[in-house]
Design a protein around this ligand. Structure first.
Ligand SMILES: Nc1nc2c(ncn2[C@@H]2O[C@H](COP(=O)(O)OP(=O)(O)O)[C@@H](O)[C@H]2O)c(=O)[nH]1
Ligand SMILES: [Mg+2]
Length: 590
């Protein structure tokens, strides 16, 4: 299979981004009539090509004009790499700087620079442009990146820029498949005869025709009717692709740019997240909670409330320009987010990009004054003590083996729970602990204590013998197996527990030792060996040297357990009648 990548353009308006994409793919990314009329990219454009090596690349062509920066942000949230365009004749411009900062904040790691319009400058001009480029990209992901010098109308350097993009694809890792697809929607429209179509850059996993998915926010269930990638019908599309998804179950007006298409149940809907925030060094001021902030996450733009976290900010209520601190973001609608997701923060009052960062916790439990967000999965566990493995995976994207019975437990929390349970066992008294009265967590811990005996729904402390095994009533029953004493004077709860544990057998209000019932069965088996036609109640009563008062319930018990069976006035053998040999062996003389 060919590998596929999604590459975003970036750079100041009119520096030649769309022209370059056209030259590389043969497709005009400016698709709107207004864009064609004005020669200006307004919204995202898409174009693709397959190189002779078999590598497929889809370009997301972004507008460079500052007025359409929001559209730029919607396009670069999920790209694998960037082709960064600077015109040699104009040099570094405001949106060169802003786009570079945005890509840097979004964690883009791979890129090439296209130095365009080189036919419009002389050698000195070119030298100056190269030097300025090196200066402005220093310390960023484009520091030392390959620079392809090109002039499309003059047909200079076209092969060179194409080769540079191929080398970029060769070293850019393909988007990982984590079995957790997420498509941040950048366009939604109604296609004639097909219903709702959404497009986006797929990450995290495959999509397939007939997949049951949901649109978030809103958890609207949808089904994939058809898939296209680069205008090809597909049954299955891997991550790292541009994809158009024809959806059943949602009206075109109920899905919009910024929504996400995901599998149900895989994501914890996040409305409060803790994150790092790096404030741009070039910003003229510190960032505090005051301001009208917009967080650009995925393909969406969300008004957010900002709160400074004390940890890492030295307790300060602001983060100075050039610094990184921690913030808590309140998002108006739940989003499918994971630690590691990036965002860009803009302030709409001043219409400026203030910074951005990495989401570290999608469901913080600690108060802002105490939270110390990080990517650590152990932190998520220890802050909760107990968390079930499925929830932990939704919160962190990582699967951990359960410590006990589906729970991942912090070591300290497990020690505390174990100590508590042992203390309760020690003080539980002769009946032990009623397991049904324990919480699910306590039961899970109980199962890990291999020196604890659980019998009849009760747990006994380790070490000592079962105090009920030494119950005086058991001795009394054993002494007169076929004419057992009544249970008068025996504690009712203890008696119930003796029966539940099988230490005493109750039938029709008469209590027997289990050995007495077994012995009666063996004796009857022996009798039946010489009376195959069956035995009467009085024969049994005589053999056991007892009265009808005891013989009847004994036989009822043997009938109920399948040892004997009634046939008229006789008892014959049931399916569980001991064999004559067993009967002889287990008998009183055996
Ligand atoms: N001379 C010259 N003109 C170019 C070059 N690339 C683009 N242009 C022109 O510059 C203008 C803006 O190009 P466009 O691709 O729309 O820029 P974008 O805003 O970055 O997408 C158009 O008139 C192009 O024809 C180039 O390499 N050399
Ligand atoms: Mg353009």
């Amino acid at each position: 299979m060919t590998t596929s990548h999604v590459v975003g353009t970036a750079g100041h308006v009119d520096h030649g981004k769309s022209t370059l994409v056209h030259a590389l793919t043969g497709m005009d990314p400016d698709r709107l009539a207004e864009e064609k009329a004005r020669g200006l990219t307004i919204d995202l454009g898409f174009a693709w090509t397959t190189f002779p090596s078999g590598r497929t690349v889809a370009f997301v062509d972004v507008p460079g004009h500052v007025r359409f920066l929001k559209n730029m942000l919607a396009g670069v949230g999920a790209i694998d790499a960037s082709i960064f365009v600077v015109a040699a004749n104009e040099g570094w411009k405001p949106q060169s700087e802003e786009h570079l900062r945005i890509l840097q904040l979004l964690g883009v790691r791979e890129g090439v620079v296209a130095l365009t319009k080189v036919g419009l400058v002389d050698d000195d001009g070119l030298e100056l442009a190269r030097a300025a480029l090196a200066e402005h990209t220093a310390g960023t992901f484009l520091d030392g990146a390959e620079v392809a010098e090109v002039d499309v109308p003059a047909r200079i350097g076209l092969d060179g820029v194409s080769d540079a993009v191929e080398r970029l694809l060769a070293r850019t890792p393909v988007a990982p498949d984590r079995g957790r697809p997420r498509l941040w929607i950048d366009r939604a429209f109604a296609a004639a005869g097909a219903g709702t179509v959404v497009t986006g850059t797929l990450t995290g996993g495959h999509l397939e025709v007939d997949d049951e998915l949901e649109v978030v926010p809103g958890h609207r269930r949808v089904r994939v009717r058809a898939l296209q990638s680069c205008q090809q019908e597909r049954d299955r599309v891997p991550p790292g692709s541009r994809v158009a998804v024809n959806l059943v179950g949602v009206h075109r007006h109920d899905v919009r740019r910024g929504d996400a298409l995901v599998r149900p149940g895989q994501w914890e809907p996040a409305t409060v997240v803790d994150a790092s925030l790096t404030v741009l060094a070039a910003l003229g001021h510190a960032v505090s909670r005051r301001g009208a902030y917009q967080a650009h996450i995925g393909s969406g733009e969300h008004p957010v409330k900002l709160r400074m976290l004390a940890a890492g900010n030295g307790g300060a209520e602001s983060i100075a320009q050039g610094d990184t601190g921690y913030v808590r973001l309140h998002v108006p609608a739940p989003l499918p987010l994971l630690p590691g997701d990036r965002f860009v923060l803009r302030e709409s009052g001043r219409n400026e990009t203030v910074g951005g960062g990495e989401i570290l916790d999608v469901a913080p439990v600690l108060a802002a004054a105490r939270a110390r967000p990080s990517r650590s999965v152990d932190r998520v566990v220890s802050e909760r003590g107990w968390i079930d493995a499925d929830t932990l995976e939704r919160l962190t994207g990582e699967r951990r083996a359960a410590t006990v019975d589906g729970w991942v437990v912090d070591p300290d929390a497990l020690t505390a729970a174990t100590d508590d349970l042992r203390a309760r066992l020690t003080t539980a008294g002769p009946l032990g602990l009623d397991v049904a009265s324990l919480s699910a967590r306590q039961r899970a811990v109980l199962a890990t204590l291999d020196d604890v005996v659980v019998e009849g729904g009760r747990a006994r402390p380790p070490g000592g013998d079962d105090p009920l095994a030494a119950h005086p009533y058991l001795a009394a029953l054993a002494k007169n197996p076929f004419a057992p004493p009544a249970a008068e004077g025996v504690d009712r709860q203890e008696l119930r527990e003796l029966v539940r544990r099988g230490l005493v057998v109750e039938r029709d209000g008469v209590y027997f030792a289990p050995e007495a019932v077994a012995e009666a069965g063996r004796r009857i088996a022996t009798m039946l060996a010489s009376h195959p036609e069956g035995v009467t109640v009085s024969q049994v009563r005589e053999d056991l040297a007892t009265s009808r008062k005891y013989a009847l319930p004994l036989l009822a018990q043997l009938d109920a357990t399948g040892v004997t069976r009634r046939r008229g006035d006789l008892r014959i053998g049931g399916p569980r009648l001991p064999s004559a040999a067993d009967a002889a062996e287990g008998g009183p003389d055996g």
